[in-house]
Design a protein around this ligand. Structure first.
Ligand code: PEP
Ligand code: MG
Length: 754
């Protein structure tokens, strides 16, 4: 690299900076000394240090080369000037002619106009930019890659000195924002209902390396090389174990492998170590840089890849740790987990009893985190933009998943209010618990069967607590979604028999794999589709790849082991699909019998009504089915052509509207005529007001998330079905888009507890 400055391998420089910062004297003169040393060694005419104030402003704290009178005078708002641009981007800015850059903001007090070459790097601490370090030269030139690297390493040490040492809080550093400390409020989206108040635990906790500088760069290089070698070996081994799976390409592992062998990554680490950092500090530096960049990438695909890269840094740190053991995830008793997103099995790795809430920067209701959090009844709010930048390990935080909000470092009055609401919830829970063994009869004597939706083994733990009369929908794809690899026959059989055992004679309706759409498996090759919700998913996939579906049916039959088997197919859109699917079941039962294995004592095969097309072909469908179940989540999505996972449109249309009520009425009447058992298993069945309407329409089997059973039962007990039927019948003819307020009025008039 022909960049030339005397400075290569900043080991001695880093020591000089450390000594300057650790030495006696006022803090200001130590900072002045540090920038002077950096300017000299980088052969730069200017070196300036900007730090972030609690107000968010970036203030010039020390400079060599610019006018000394500008120190503590020049302040840039977030996003202002080149320094603000670096904070925004979270990465270096290397310019040969800075005044020509559109973001350049001229500050006369600094006297910086004669300087053209500009290199600025962020001071990163735990993924957060706490300041910016800049060098400038008069001539127009680009700084070389080595110089950029060097300045980043210097910035890392400086960040550590400013934020981690005893300097913090002293003199001019008193009001520097190392971590946000004011109360803040963020608005997101509810993923799992509930309230929690506790202590922030960062899922991707920044590991503060105990030692930043190594005593022996060569030995450190060997240690790093060994750890990288071990890591590569581990990933290659993981990949080898994955061969032979049904057309899988293992994109995630493939990406890991690609990164682990990536020369750029390896080189960055290597250079950092050669410059005098410990291997851990080198990993932390590279990782900090990724993390800062991560928040900036717009393309979700790219962000996902950068996330993988960050995971890789974690793994490497584990390899570097003394015993190579997994990082122990110790939790305080009131942990609120903070993460960008959580992948398969992540939540399950934490102690369930200590994990009180989850806050995520991204994700969607249907993401793994949402599914598992709901199953474990852990309040979870997602899509909190800027979350990880605003919260530090140990901060007190509130998860208000009732309204999809988070309070960071809340004021005492907010804590008081949330605790009062938590007490009310606890009281209500106790009330529902008392109703557990009360059968759900309406006031006029109609029996309503309340069932629970489930999808994971842990769900069965609460079946007894809820008082549900069975599992009306067991979503078998959850096992696939939380697994690291495709569950094989034995794993499937084991889960299904565990579910049947735990249900202890109560009916369980298994739904075959509903993959595709928003339910994507990281280890299965999936083509990117323009309209995944309308694409190759659920039964379509099952019929096109019968091996996967047949294996599942075989596992279900084996798990049933002579008991009753109830199985239904998702997203059936035509009777032909149902006919073909049913034939596969018959085929598998015959196969089991031929081998002398016990056939199900009773076999009931049903279809989910989720595609509107079926509503006009019920006369053909119902005679072929043993039962049907209405998946209102998807049915709404397809009726209104509104993506259920897209918050912009998902809540735009109301299920309590004449078109939906009429469709539901049509289905109910057809089922009644043919004597076909029918249930509703979408989320609306678990909401008292909606359930009130379903009962009025004649439905008497409702399957819902566990949390819905208590409130719905309380509603049922207070409801006169005949009066409800008459009231709702009038609303079906309404001309408004929504009849919600009319339903509310009706319920109030009939003294129904909603
Ligand atoms: C539905 O669509 O209403 C349903 C119950 O299935 P899922 O939510 O799993 O798609
Ligand atoms: Mg569905």
């Amino acid at each position: 690299m022909p960049t030339g400055p005397a400075f290569r391998g900043p080991r001695s420089l880093l020591r000089q900076i450390r000594e300057a910062m650790a030495g006696g004297g006022p803090v200001q003169s130590r900072l002045d000394m540090a920038v002077r040393i950096i300017a000299q060694s980088m052969v730069a005419e200017v070196c300036s240090l900007y730090l972030r104030r609690a107000s968010g402003d970036l203030e010039l704290f020390a400079t060599e080369g610019l006018s000394a009178s500008a120190v503590h005078v020049t302040k840039l708002k977030p996003g202002e000037g080149l320094v603000g641009e670096i904070v925004r981007l979270g990465r270096p800015l290397n310019l040969s002619d800075a005044p020509n850059h559109p973001a350049f903001a001229y500050r006369p007090e600094t006297g910086e106009d004669p300087y053209h070459a500009f290199l600025g790097v962020p001071l990163l601490r735990g993924g957060r930019t706490i300041g910016v370090l800049v060098v400038q030269n008069r001539t127009e030139r680009n700084y070389g890659d080595d110089e950029v690297e060097d300045l980043q390493i210097i910035a890392m040490v400086l960040a550590e000195m400013v934020a981690g040492g005893e300097l913090v809080g002293q003199g001019p550093l008193k009001d520097v924002e190392i971590a946000p400390h004011k109360p803040e409020w963020l608005k997101g989206v509810q993923f799992a209902d509930g309230l929690a108040f506790g202590t922030a635990v960062l899922h991707e906790a920044p590991v503060a390396p105990e030692q930043l500088l190594s005593d022996d760069a060569a030995a450190e290089g060997v240690r790093l090389a060994k750890a990288i070698g071990d890591l590569q070996g581990q990933i290659d081994k993981m990949m080898d174990g994955q061969h032979g799976l049904v057309g899988a390409s293992f994109e995630v592992l493939e990406t890991y492998r690609m990164f682990a062998h990536d020369r750029g990554w390896n080189r960055s680490l290597d250079e950092a170590v050669r410059s005098g950092l410990t291997a851990e500090a080198a990993v932390e530096r590279v990782r900090s840089e990724h993390r800062a960049r991560l928040g900036q990438a717009r393309d979700p695909y790219l962000r996902e890849r950068l996330h993988d890269l960050e995971d890789l840094n974690d793994r490497l740190l584990r390899h570097l740790s003394a015993d190579g053991a997994a990082v122990d995830r110790q939790l305080p008793d009131d942990a609120i987990l903070i993460a960008r997103n959580l992948g398969p099995a992540d939540i399950l790795e934490y102690d369930r009893h200590k994990l009180k809430g989850i806050l995520l920067e991204e994700g969607s209701t249907g993401s793994h985190a949402g599914i598992v959090a709901r199953a474990l009844e852990i309040p979870c709010v997602g899509r909190l933009v800027g979350l990880r930048d605003r919260v530090s390990q140990g901060d007190p935080v509130i998860v208000d998943a009732e309204s999809g909000e988070a309070y960071l470092r809340p004021r005492p009055d907010v804590v008081g209010a949330i605790q009062a609401r938590m007490a009310v919830r606890a009281q209500r829970r106790a009330e529902f618990a008392r109703l557990r063994d009360t059968p759900a009869f309406t006031r006029d004597g109609a029996k309503i069967t309340l069932l629970m939706n489930a999808g994971l083994a842990v769900d069965l733990d609460i079946l007894g607590e809820t008082g549900a009369e069975g599992i009306g929908l067991f979503r078998t794809e959850f096992q696939f979604m939380v697994a690291e690899e495709l569950p094989r026959f034995n794993a499937q059989t084991q889960l299904y028999s565990h579910v049947l055992d735990a249900a202890d004679g109560l009916p369980v309706t298994f739904r075959t794999l509903d993959l595709g759409g928003d339910k994507i498996l990281p280890y299965l090759e999936a083509e990117r589709e323009d309209n995944p919700a309308l694409g190759w998913r659920a039964i379509r996939m099952g019929l096109d790849r019968p091996a996967l579906l047949r294996l599942q049916l075989r596992a279900l039959i084996a798990a049933t082991n002579g008991r009753e088997l109830r199985v239904m197919f998702p997203l059936v859109a035509s009777v032909d699909e149902f006919r073909a699917a049913r034939a596969l079941v018959d085929h598998e039962v015959a196969w089991a019998e031929r081998r002398g294995r016990p056939a199900p004592s009773e076999l009931r095969v049903g279809a989910m009504i989720e595609a509107p097309s079926l509503i006009w072909h019920l006369d053909a469908l119902l005679p072929m089915t043993d039962f049907v179940s209405i998946g209102t989540n998807d049915l709404m999505q397809y009726m209104f052509a509104a993506d259920r996972g897209n918050p912009r449109v998902a809540s735009r249309y109301d299920p309590l509207s004449p078109p939906v009520l009429r469709a539901l009425q049509t289905i109910q009447e057809a089922c009644q005529e043919t004597g076909t058992p029918v249930s509703v298993c979408g989320e609306m069945a678990g909401r008292p007001l909606e359930a009130f309407v379903l009962i009025a329409l004649g439905y008497d089997h409702l399957s819902m998330p566990p949390g819905g059973i208590g409130p719905v039962k309380r509603m049922v007990l207070s409801c006169d079905r005949e009066a409800a039927r008459r009231g709702v019948a009038a609303l079906l003819k309404g001309s408004a888009g929504s009849v919600r307020s009319e339903v509310e009025t009706l319920a109030r008039k009939l003294s129904v507890v909603i």
